[in-house]
Design a protein around this ligand. Sequence first.
Ligand code: CU1
Ligand code: CU1
Length: 273
Amino acid sequence: MGTRKSVAALTATERSNLVGALKALKAQSTGRNYDWFVRTHMNYFSTVDGHDYAHHSPSFLPWHRVYLQELENALKVFNPAVDLPYWDWTTNRSTSGPPFTSDFMGGNGSGGNGPVLTGPFAGSGNWRINVSATSSTALRRAMTLRGSLPTSSDVDTVVVVSTYDVEPWGSSSSGGMRNRVEGGLAPGLHGRVHNWVGGHMAQTDSPNDPVFFLHHCNIDRVWSRWQARWGYDADRYLPGGGVENVVDVDEVLEPFGVTVASTLDHRGAYTYA
Ligand code: CU1
Ligand code: CU1
């Protein structure tokens, strides 16, 4: 079982292990390589086969939970010591502190929405963007120009909401925890951070920036906190069934082939430190 730690708690060896495994997955030429994860996120950004699997729907949280586990497992093939860390943006709020250090995710892009200049992912020679919504082959960031980092009290206001989600089960849902986390309803934790990092992170191909996975790990951790408070049982997930376009608790999350119900109790696979 894995323990997911804060990016601020990693040792230098743990940071270099993660960077090395990400680069090995990027260099893998076939199968579920890094670019497969980018392409899958782009493909599932909108409706697939009549279902909103990944975004603007109740299955936003379970879909990304499985997506992160699939990536984590793919990284462990190269280095079994790797566990995904989380970026707690309520405490690590600087553009040059963790995770944006030169030995880890690197820093900001140049001049507004330009290429990242420092760290292991700077420039197309170190980290080539192959699958993208835009033409740049170098990773871009535009930190602080849009969005904002949520505070710990923003997170607290979300965790106390007892209802998982409400109709119409989308970006206009006016209650429930899920849309407050995803971004359609204040405080809108998830979307604000995508926009605050900017560049590729503000596009449908956002997983081109490896910080995507550290951000989503923290989103998963917020859901985990909510589950620890309100329960891991299948009846905590809503809707229970029979809603068009929505992945019900006993339906399968594509392309992963696992049900929502099977994702709910993660404690046998990993926990958060
Ligand atoms: Cu996503
Ligand atoms: Cu996201």
